[in-house]
Design a protein. Structure first.
Length: 237
């Protein structure tokens, strides 16, 4: 069985080497970059399975690297930040990052977060293979259309830009119209498993999705909150 390949990006060489050595001892194949430009070059050349990316870097920032990776691929990104401000974390998630972890952090926790995201990725790959066995490739509801194979969305005839995580949440809800999914179900299905930090991540993703869909919070057309239970699309109010 081939090892998962992880690209680790951080301008602090000491931290870079600590992460590399720990993850290699955990059974991962690790490549490293000490800057954003090198990270993008290695990403194109090496095609890693996951990227661990520091936000604060000179020249090309982690945000810019995240934006380019997430706009051109479904490769998951875990962002590292020395800043605890909520706005920094929200921006990373809006750009398409799957998770974030604040410095200083436990290497053991980082490895656990990586495994969670990779397990989710493997499960989604298996689900995608079922597309040719009875599952619909196109999901539609009130002018909103999702192409599950192309990973594209159209709203009222116009392309809708979604992050990978936003697309997965929408596909989950639209795949079972009228069914209420709890927060825990969405966290486990879309983000992999439950972590305390993922609760706020889900709030951010839902808020961004509703803005992109033009949903009125008081009277949403698409994503409806069933208080005390979860979220749904379609079905009776």
């Amino acid at each position: 069985m081939s090892k998962y390949k992880i690209l680790v990006v951080d301008d602090e060489i000491k931290i870079l080497n600590l992460i590399k050595n720990y993850l290699e001892n955990e059974g991962f194949s690790v490549i490293t970059a000490d800057g954003g430009k090198k990270a993008l070059e290695l990403f194109e050349a090496e095609k890693p399975d996951l990227v661990v990316l520091d936000i604060m870097m000179p020249e090309v920032s982690g945000y810019d690297v995240c934006r380019k990776i997430c706009s051109s691929s479904d490769t998951p990104v875990i962002m590292l930040t020395a800043r605890s401000e909520e706005v920094d974390k929200i921006l990373g998630l809006e750009l398409g990052a799957d998770d974030y972890i604040t410095k200083p952090f436990s290497l053991r926790e980082l490895a656990a977060r990586i495994r969670v995201v990779l397990r989710r990725l493997k499960r989604q790959d298996l689900q995608e293979k079922e597309l040719g066995h009875g599952r619909e490739d196109i999901l539609e509801y009130l002018g909103l259309s999702l192409d599950l194979k192309k990973k594209s969305a159209v709203l009222e005839g116009k392309p809708l830009s979604l992050t990978p995580t936003e697309f997965k949440i929408l596909a989950m809800l639209m795949g079972s119209p009228g069914v209420v999914f709890s927060r825990l179900q969405i966290l486990e299905e879309v983000l992999g498993e439950y972590y305390e930090g993922y609760e706020r991540s889900l709030d951010t993703h839902m808020s961004n999705l509703r803005k992109k869909l033009g949903d009125d919070p008081a009277n949403p057309r698409y994503i409806k909150t069933v208080y005390g239970m979860g979220y749904k699309i379609g079905g009776q109010s």
